[in-house]
Structure formats: structure tokens, C-alpha cells
Ligand binder design. Structure first.
Ligand code: ZN
Ligand code: ZN
Length: 180
């Protein structure tokens, strides 16, 4: 399963980790006639039938999933978020993305291989790796990372950071901040 690994391709890792806009501009250079609609920080892919932006997510040379990108956005911290047509989200970070390469199929069309790893930072609360499928949040005081769902729950109950003990609170939009 999955695409054959090729040696040649354009390295787009930096663009993927930069910003939604930076990544969209980078792939628009590769996909001739790519159409998208921008709404705030979200870029919605259009004419998906004719010009799908396909990705093949791999780990250790094996394909984890192949899907089309429906939209590209960024969260409150400025990190890029990808939403796929199989209803999954990807949260690429420098930690989870080993490689991101665009491969040309024919002129103006191609696909993206994202190579991920599970050898990543571990969640402070559950101890499991924070993978590319997981949304993560950091303590605004010490920067320690946790799965967003776990940190939200923790802060709601204990109102502090499980690592440094700083008093934390949650804004209505879910952002974790230092308690006043
Ligand atoms: Zn966790
Ligand atoms: Zn902390």
C-alpha cells in the first residue's frame, strides 16, 4: 500500500511548518490551476475532482493513510492544521514531521509524502507520544507539552500545570493561560 518512495522531489517541510498561507502558496506553485477560497486563516481547496491535493502519510516507509486535503488552516498558536477527506486532522510540528516532499506525477500535478514518526515528545499527563494526529498544547509558563484534550481536562479540574505547578486557567475559547 501507499506510494512508492522516490528519491527526487521538492522538499516542502519548511513551508508545511511555517504557516497555512506559506504552505498553500508553496503547493500552489506545484499544482497548476489549484483553486482555493480563503476565509480568515483557513484555505479551502476547490475543484477537488480535477486538482486534488493528495497526501500519503508514512511511517518507517509504510503508508498510514492516503487522503485528499480539504482545507488548510492554523490554530491560535499559529500552527498549521490539515483537514482530510477521511475526516481526520493532522497537526504537523517540527517534532512529528521528519520529511515532507512533493512528488510530481505529471506536469502541474502530484502528491505529497509526509514522513512522520512516533518517536516524539510525550504527553505530560498520559505519557503517550504526541503524534501528528494529536492536537497539543503547551504550558504558557514552562512550555511543557500535553495532548490538548488532556491538558484541558487537567486545568479544568486542578487549575495548575502538571509540570511546573503554575496556576493556569482557561479562556472561553479554550486557550490555556496563566491565572491572573
Ligand atoms: Zn495525553
Ligand atoms: Zn508549566
Amino acid at each position: 500500500m501507499g506510494r512508492k518512495k522516490q528519491d527526487v522531489g521538492k522538499n516542502i517541510r519548511k513551508a508545511l511548518l511555517s504557516s497555512a498561507k506559506g504552505f498553500v502558496q508553496e503547493i500552489a506553485d506545484e499544482y497548476e490551476g489549484l483553486e482555493y477560497t480563503q476565509a480568515a486563516d483557513t484555505f479551502i481547496m476547490e475543484n477537488l475532482k480535477e486538482k486534488p491535493v493528495e497526501i500519503d502519510l508514512q511511517r518507517d516507509g509504510k503508508s498510514l493513510l492516503e487522503a485528499k486535503i480539504l482545507w488548510i488552516s492554523q490554530n491560535g498558536e499559529g500552527d498549521v492544521v490539515l483537514y482530510l477527506d477521511n475526516k481526520r486532522y493532522l497537526y504537523p510540528t517540527p517534532d512529528t514531521v521528519k520529511k515532507a516532499v512533493f512528488h510530481e506525477l505529471k506536469k502541474g500535478q502530484g502528491y505529497i509524502i509526509i514522513e512522520t514518526t512516533s518517536d516524539t515528545a510525550k504527553c505530560l499527563i498520559c505519557g503517550k507520544p504526541i503524534e501528528i494526529f494529536d492536537e497539543a498544547d503547551s504550558c504558557p509558563s514552562c512550555g511543557a507539552l500535553s495532548h490538548s484534550v488532556h491538558l484541558d481536562e487537567w486545568v479544568r479540574m486542578k487549575k495548575d500545570c502538571p509540570s511546573c505547578g503554575a496556576k493556569l486557567s482557561m479562556r472561553e475559547d479554550g486557550t490555556i493561560m496563566l491565572a491572573a
